[in-house]
Design a protein around this ligand. Sequence first.
Ligand SMILES: [Zn+2]
Length: 354
Amino acid sequence: MKWKCLNCGFEVDASVEYYWKCPRCSSPLILDYESTCEIVESKNVWERYRGFIPFKPGKYRGEGLTPLVEEKIGEHRVLFKLDYLNPGGSFKDRGTALAIAYGYKLGFKKTLVDTSGNTGISVTLYSKLYGLEPIIVMPTTAPQGKKKAVLKLGGRLVEAESRATATQLVTRFMSEPGVYYVGHIWNHLYPIGHATIAYEVFEEQGVPDVVIVPVGSGGLLLGVHYGFKKLKECGLINRMPRIIGVQGYSCQPVYRELYGTEEKGEESNLADGILVPNPPRTREIVEAVKSTSGEVVLVGNTEITRAHSELWEQGFLVEPTSAATYAGYKKIMNKIPSGSKTLIVLTGSGLKTL
Ligand SMILES: [Zn+2]
């Protein structure tokens, strides 16, 4: 397997060397590896989809293979993917399980990440499984429950003023010996891990017509796109779902890149998980949305609060960021043809944000 830069052509053997971004041109790298496209019967997600991933992680905590619950809403079939039921309480565990296994293989001793919260819990959880020391840089504004979870799991928590200063602060730790900058918004192992959502949905329900996901760093959107694309390349499906991303009015970098303008609206800071100002893979996210005739929808706090209450009433105990996705669905549901199968990924547990 190789790390490759699609911008300048840089490449390196990924089993020997790790770069969190291209050392020549600073673009995000992709991981290139062989796929057999084989699905085998197993309750372990990494054994089941070994034919789609670059390597099988040594440790497993029950991540992936989450329930898919179908509800009829109006004339739509809505498939809720309950990814908040992952071990660390979010979909991030899918990417983290691969990313930390990789860092361990390469001999790193410490892991480092800047995060709004869920990735911090996830990286701490998997780092501890491998005996690595996690350093988690989080904004002070992150929900208390997420910080407590990092500490309880044994992570070293470093607080920064904001999500942006957290990103600056990590550079201070990067030069420490043995440190693996996981950099989940850069690391291609995250989309590759998150792609397992597509494989699982495909096995249960085939290809949905529409997929709706929240977009912060875009790892989930890229992962779902990567997964369905891989299934298509493998000849297992013959069409792609329309991919719709949801952002908040307070932070709309992907919307801006796609439509060339910003839209004014209400604050959206309740969806803390998608307040990522400059996702490095913005261009790739926009390409994924465009190539599937998708779109980006913006929501604000009032819509998020309403959607959050509705989801809890239906028994989905998710956090506000996940509710932003449902709010986005409600906003455009009239445009979705009746009878369509719509996949909504419920990303994070609400028990950390009470
Ligand atoms: Zn490059």
